[in-house]
Design a protein around this ligand. Structure first.
Ligand code: AMP
Length: 396
């Protein structure tokens, strides 16, 4: 069964074609600058990479180009588009109703359109991508996989904010959580490694956007991102959790509109805001090594917040069996992992610093110290595979 996975952004569309019989990725690529001009990068294992300028006035033109490349005699991997059995679409937000992966019919599409206010950045482009794919491939099922749905089993006390309850009822202001597809994938892998499906697992997805999730028995019980992906640990350009009064204070003190304050907290804060150097952890780490005090401070703040969240989830779950690092920083940045795990032996978290330092970038590694109570693992995330798997399960 061949499944196409699509992740549409405002000016981009990422895709992967899976053969689910072998779980192999047959082709993957990226359409960029949609609505501006257009570039496609297309890769198939065993073939030369292909990059070309193509006019992409909209998402439909991009997906048409993807399909023509997939069936191309030289650059392609399938004989006909009919070989694609179903399409899986990544959605950041499924609201309260789309609380598990689902085949997207008219009703579901209508609901997704009704909640774009909750998800103004990712919602509209993902819907455009879905509509374009439905138009170009009308005879197959299109499945939505929602980052928020992993959190649909959280208890009320974990997702209701301590603000007037009417605001939740009226505007659906609550903790939704994000990156759920990634946390679900790595938590399941960790449970497999432990051989314990009931395990208590803390997964740290640390990338340009970062979140930490606590999972018990395969279900998320708490997570650091909230109503939006702005909450939790400091990120590339997002502040993460703050005293909420800071926002209104900045607005008054700097004479800013709500949108301007929002831009500061979303685009100019985090690693970039503190270091003044870059949102990219690699750049900040290099500057810190060279002695830049604000780069050093940015990394200390990042590690401080990750540690605090890990501690709070251990308290919430009354223990932890595994701590998992994933995503760009989590998979590749050994010094950050070491700094997070240092002086955590009280919680049973102890790593072998040498194994950690030598762990191959972007690969699975068990970095726990021999005899440590908690397994500390590096697990490369694979959201696309998870989307393909859900799509297969719903449509086969
Ligand atoms: P992501 O959003 O998962 O792509 O992660 C992006 C973040 O991961 C950036 O802050 C990068 O600096 C960081 N990152 C990616 N690759 C590496 C690497 N090889 N070593 C250290 N950090 C990395």
């Amino acid at each position: 069964m061949k499944i196409l996975v699509v992740n549409a952004g405002s000016s981009s569309l990422k895709y992967q074609l899976f053969d689910m019989d072998t779980e192999a990725v047959l082709a993957k690529g990226l359409c960029e600058r949609i609505g501006i001009d257009g570039i496609i990068t297309h890769k198939c294992p065993g073939k030369d990479n292909y990059k070309a300028s193509v006019a992409f006035p909209d998402h439909k033109a991009a997906i048409e180009c993807v399909l023509s490349l997939l069936v191309d005699k030289e650059k392609g991997v399938i004989g006909s588009v009919d070989e694609i059995s179903a399409v899986g679409h990544r959605f950041a937000h499924g609201g309260e109703k789309l609380n598990k992966s689902a085949i997207l019919g008219d009703q579901e599409l209508e609901y997704l359109e009704s909640i774009v206010g909750l998800n103004p950045l990712h919602g509209p482009p993902a819907i455009s991508g879905l509509k374009a794919c439905k138009e170009v491939m009308p005879s197959v099922n299109h499945v939505g996989v929602f980052d928020t749905s992993y959190y649909s089993n959280m208890e009320e006390h974990a997702y209701i904010y301590p603000i007037p309850y009417e605001l939740y009822e009226k505007h659906k202001i609550r903790r939704y959580g994000f990156h759920g597809t990634s946390h679900r994938y790595v938590a399941a892998k960790a449970a497999e490694v432990l051989g314990n499906k009931d395990a208590k697992i803390i997964t740290c997805h640390l990338g340009n956007g970062s979140s930490i999730t606590a999972t018990v028995n395969g279900k998320a019980v708490d997570t650091s991102m909230g109503f939006t992906p702005q909450d939790g640990v400091p990120m590339g350009t997002r502040s993460g959790a703050l005293d909420p009064t800071v926002v209104t204070f900045i607005q008054k003190a700097e004479g800013l509109t709500a949108e301007e304050a929002d831009k500061i907290l979303n685009k100019e804060s985090g690693l970039l805001g503190i270091s003044g150097i870059s949102s990219d952890c690699r750049d900040v780490s290099i500057a810190a090594e060279e002695g830049n005090p604000r780069a050093q401070l940015a990394l200390k703040i990042l590690v401080h917040h990750i540690k605090k969240l890990i501690g709070s989830y251990v308290a919430e779950m009354n223990g932890v069996d595994a701590l998992v690092f994933t995503a760009g920083i989590g998979e590749n940045d050994a010094p950050i992992r070491a700094a997070v795990c240092r002086e955590m032996s009280f919680l049973g978290i102890e790593i072998d610093e040498e194994v950690n330092a030598k762990a191959p970038r972007g690969s699975f590694a068990d970095i726990s110290k021999a005899g440590a109570k908690v397994k500390t693992l590096v697990i490369p995330t694979n959201e696309e595979y998870m989307i393909a798997l859900d799509t297969q399960n719903l449509t086969k």
